[in-house]
Design a protein around this ligand. Structure first.
Ligand SMILES: *[C@@H]1O[C@H](CO)[C@@H](O)[C@H](O)[C@H]1NC(C)=O
Length: 923
């Protein structure tokens, strides 16, 4: 068990020993050193945490990207620590090429950070697109850490990590001790092809992107008359980090007097650093001139300055680099250069660089103290986790407060084989509330922790501590638990500790006795001479002892089951708070966004949903949970931490939560087109009816979401309350599944969750209702009902639609499908406008989904495939001529449906509103 833990965290400290001075290139997941095509030396990462993987990559100079390292999608962070020289500027570059390394096709999304500063969220949207992030920073300490954490989908991974040292002052700014520069755009204009310019042309190996590259909203709206020019004449680029000559030898010119571009700036809006680079590389005649002005919409002042390259640079083939060291820029930047009236030539542009200021987070104020502590244990893996102790997520053996500058709140170093004395540095952690050092080999006396006035829980039991119980313990105002049993402590237990409401255990210290009692020195006769009052105390202590032993025993069982020692559950309020990954909204923000809960857009058994709009214009759906839906803070925080880890394009995005003013609120993205239910039946069907192909696409989207919940999440997630009112439609009528209010993490097959039967009448799996054993197949049942709704446009439960003896869509549809009569269940608004073969496919699958026994139902992936087949049939017949003539008898002959208990659904139908029912289980 310990060995496993041992392997999990060991970040290697790298020493820069590259062949290009100041360069260090890590090939993550690699196995050996190598030189790449451009002469850079790559070093394998040799990290013992995470796993290496290989992917296949197409084009040239891609060897470093063929390997990567990936990490568990857990609540920890995984760090690379690199040596740097303090007071030097560096470029750090991390790149990510997914390549479907896990054969999972789930595109990962996770965060990277530099030390305690959130650097970027890596969102993989394509298996073959390389994601690159670059940051320019001034080193202030001898090492930096790049950490991966907070995976919300897939597993965090990294392909390469590169460090390049600068030697000049191009990137000096007044803000550099408080901000990093995050690279947003570095463009080589007039590039001869799509290739970037980098090392060796750029001695600092910056990547100058070609302006010919085609990607979304990158250098669009190019003005007519823009042409590329280039020269081979050497260009005087002066010194330090000016753009390399090769970049300056190409340019664009606006032959019609205008250069215009629009591009997206990663990371913006915000304050940024922006420079343009000009060099005159055309021959201007004696009477000719090139004068132009920059135009940035909304920046009248900037427009005033005139650029005259030759004059400004004092000659041709020389560099002129005007720029702004602090400029507020939008995400979509439009800029243009226009020639002045008296200029004979149009504007010219060679290169441009835009970086965003990223405010440095200096992390936990306890970082220095705790790193002093970990440096005493150079061999221990828990001491090598790297990065800030608290941010973006705490080390595995720490808990931190939720402040912007988090304090260390708990030290959890039970059973870590710690030798030596208890580090006295702990006394500097004044925010400390819990100290768990039990089960180690600690010796010496208990240090003075009187400065840690917040200490509530101290566990020092099962060590070899000597000396007395120090008197400061009686002065700790919040002390509630003090465990020091089974040590070698001696002397008296201060009376203050026995009087107060402190749970104390000091058994097994043969020379330690309560204060003010008999002078005996051997424990054999202690009992015989004890006074009655002391006997009482001993009885109490013994009870406590047994209580603790039992509790501990349970803990141990848990530990053994997981094979790993989990961070201890603590009694603090902080530790019960929702995961740090979820965004927290204040109640005030929510009130502002919703205009004090003005527009109600939905309601269900779990609360009311309101429309809202955030300050940045983003539309949101605010779900105020009814007070009885979450009995406790704990359930709510379970929910929130679960939600914040689920991310899929067909799941309604969870944006954050609020728990204030006695309200529990969840914030989701707003879905413009409401619920599927509204479109199938009810008031909207007339004006916004949806055709069959659209319905299939909606089914496909929803099935993908369910497949992700069932197979893309570890452990898998069972939705429990799938229904047409939980399938929402966005602006483009793409479907997303919502309402994870009932989701619980699925446990393994042998022990299925059985607490409360939950779900909605009409969609509820009858087997689950009877057995209370929840499996993924319960969702498949509900999804089958939704498929029937899509075909028929009927509600799942209806008093009128299905005749006198039947209120349930499953029975109604089954009877007709069994008899080969599909026409009578097809929604009348679809008649004639579809291919019956594709309807049969869906109907057949739906019937399998609603089989009474879960084992007879297909997995959702199989259902998804069938839907996709139906879509291609439908698309095929769209292009031909819609042929209704497909023999339904031939389709029907392949139907092989088990006979079903016709009453099974009705047995649990007691009401038929849309509210979920919650039935306590009979245990
Ligand atoms: C840039 O200017 C703004 C407004 O003048 C100021 O608030 C900010 O601190 C400056 N620097 C950075 C790094 O944002």
């Amino acid at each position: 068990m310990f060995a496993f833990f041992f392997l999990l965290f060991t970040a290697l400290i790298y020493h820069v020993f590259a062949q290009v001075p100041g360069f260090f290139s890590i090939d993550c997941g690699g196995t050996e050193k190598f030189l790449d095509e451009i002469g850079l030396e790559w070093t394998p990462d040799k990290l013992v945490c995470g796993n290496a993987a290989n992917i296949s990559v197409g084009s040239e100079n891609t060897k470093p990207y063929t390997t990567l390292r990936y990490f568990p999608a857990d609540s920890r962070k995984y760090c690379y620590t690199l040596s740097v020289e303090a007071r030097k500027r560096y470029l750090v570059r991390a790149s990510f090429l997914y390549g479907n390394f896990d054969r999972n096709d789930v595109y990962p999304k996770f965060d990277i950070s530099l030390g305690a500063t959130h650097w970027s969220t890596i969102v993989i949207s394509d298996a073959d697109t390389l994601e690159v992030r670059e940051l320019i920073f001034l080193a202030t300490s001898p090492s930096i850490s790049v950490c991966l954490s907070n995976a919300s989908t897939g597993q965090p991974f990294i392909s390469t990590l590169e460090l390049r040292q600068f030697n000049g002052s191009m990137y000096y700014t007044d803000f550099e001790t408080a901000s990093y520069l995050s690279v947003s755009a570095r463009i080589n204009f007039g590039a001869v092809n799509n290739d970037s310019v980098r090392y060796p042309d750029d001695p600092f190996d910056r990547i100058w992107e070609s302006d010919s590259i085609r990607k979304a909203n990158f250098l669009v709206d190019v003005a007519a008359g823009t042409s590329k020019i280039s020269t081979t004449t050497p260009i005087n680029v002066n010194r330090d980090e000016r753009p390399p000559e090769k970049v300056m030898q190409t340019a664009v010119v606006g032959r019609n007097g205008l250069l215009n571009y629009r591009l997206n700036l990663d990371g913006f809006p915000g304050f940024g650093w922006a420079f343009s680079y000009f060099s005159e590389i055309e021959d201007l005649g004696a009477n000719e001139s090139r004068k132009f002005r920059l135009k940035l919409p909304g920046y009248p002042d900037i427009t005033k300055a005139t650029v005259n390259i030759q004059e400004n640079a004092q000659g041709r083939y020389r560099l002129y680099e005007p720029g702004f060291t602090n400029l507020s820029l939008p995400f979509v930047l439009t800029f243009s250069f226009g020639k002045t009236a008296d200029s004979s030539r149009g504007p010219l542009l060679n290169a441009m660089e835009i970086n965003k200021y990223l405010q440095i987070n200096f992390g936990s104020p306890d970082a220095a103290v705790i790193s002093g502590l970990t440096s005493q244990y150079p061999q221990a893996d828990w001491a090598q986790e790297g990065g800030d102790p608290c941010l973006p997520v705490p080390w595995s053996w720490l808990q931190c407060s939720m402040d912007a500058q988090p304090r260390i709140f708990a030290i959890l170093l039970s059973r870590k084989n710690l030798p030596g004395n208890i580090p006295s540095k702990i006394s500097k952690l004044t925010g400390l509330v819990e100290l768990w050092l039990d089960g180690n080999s600690l010796s010496g006396s208990i240090p003075d922790l009187s400065d840690c006035t917040n200490l509530r829980i101290i566990h020092l039991e099962n060590n070899r501590l000597t000396g007395a119980l120090p008197s400061f313990l009686t002065g700790l105002p919040n002390l509630a638990e003090l465990y020091v049993q089974n040590n070698l402590l001696s002397g008296r237990v201060p009376r203050g500790l026995l009087d107060k409401k402190v749970v104390i255990n000091y058994a097994g210290n043969i020379n330690l006795r309560p204060e003010g009692k008999g002078p005996n020195h051997t424990n054999i006769i202690v009992i015989s001479i004890l006074g009655g009052s002391l006997l009482l105390i001993i009885v109490i202590i013994t009870c406590c002892f047994f209580f603790v032993r039992r509790k501990k025993h349970q803990d141990n069982e848990k530990d053994d089951a997981s094979g790993l020692q989990p961070p201890r559950k603590t009694t603090s309020s902080q530790s019960e708070g929702p995961a740090e990954t979820a965004h927290f909204f204040t109640y005030e923000e929510i009130e502002d966004a919703t205009g004090k809960f003005q527009k109600r857009i939905g309601s269900g058994g779990f609360g009311t949903v309101y429309y809202g709009r955030l300050n940045d214009g983003k539309e949101i759906a605010v779900k105020v949970l009814s007070s009885n839906s979450y009995q406790g803070k704990k359930e709510f925080s379970n929910e929130v931490s679960l939600l914040s880890r689920i991310h899929h394009r067909n799941l309604v995005a969870f944006l954050g939560y609020c728990q204030e003013e006695g309200k529990s609120i969840l914030v989701y993205e707003y879905m413009h087109n409401g619920t599927l239910k509204e479109h199938l039946y009810g008031p909207l069907t007339q004006e916004r009816a949806i055709d069959w192909i659209k319905r299939l696409e909606i089914a496909e989207d929803a099935a993908k979401a369910i497949e992700y919940l069932h197979t893309g999440c570890i452990p898998s997630i069972i939705h429990r309350d799938l229904k047409s009112s939980n399938i929402l439609l966005d602006k483009h009528m793409r479907a997303k599944v919502s309402d994870f209010g009932l989701s619980k993490l699925a446990v393994d097959a042998s022990s299925h969750v059985s607490s409360m039967v939950r779900g909605t009448v009409g969609y509820l799996d009858p087997e689950y209702y009877i057995s209370q054993q929840l499996t993924e197949k319960s969702d498949v049942y509900s999804f089958g009902v939704i498929l029937l709704e899509l075909i028929s446009g009927q509600e799942a439960i209806s008093n009128e639609s299905f005749g006198v003896h039947c209120r349930n869509i499953v029975q109604w549809a089954r009877f007709r499908i069994d008899n080969g009569d599909i026409q009578s269940i097809i929604d009348t608004s679809l008649q004639g406008n579809l291919n019956v073969q594709s309807v049969w496919k869906i109907a057949e699958k739906a019937m399998q989904c609603v089989q009474p026994h879960g084992r007879d139902r297909p997995p959702i992936s199989e259902v998804l495939k069938e839907i996709q087949d139906a879509i291609s049939i439908e698309r095929g017949s769209e292009s031909e001529d819609s042929s209704e003539g497909v023999s339904r008898d031939s389709r029907h002959s392949s139907l092989n449906l088990a006979t079903n208990d016709p009453g099974v659904s009705d047995t649990f139908v007691s009401s038929f509103d849309d509210d979920p029912i919650v039935l306590p289980t009979a245990r």
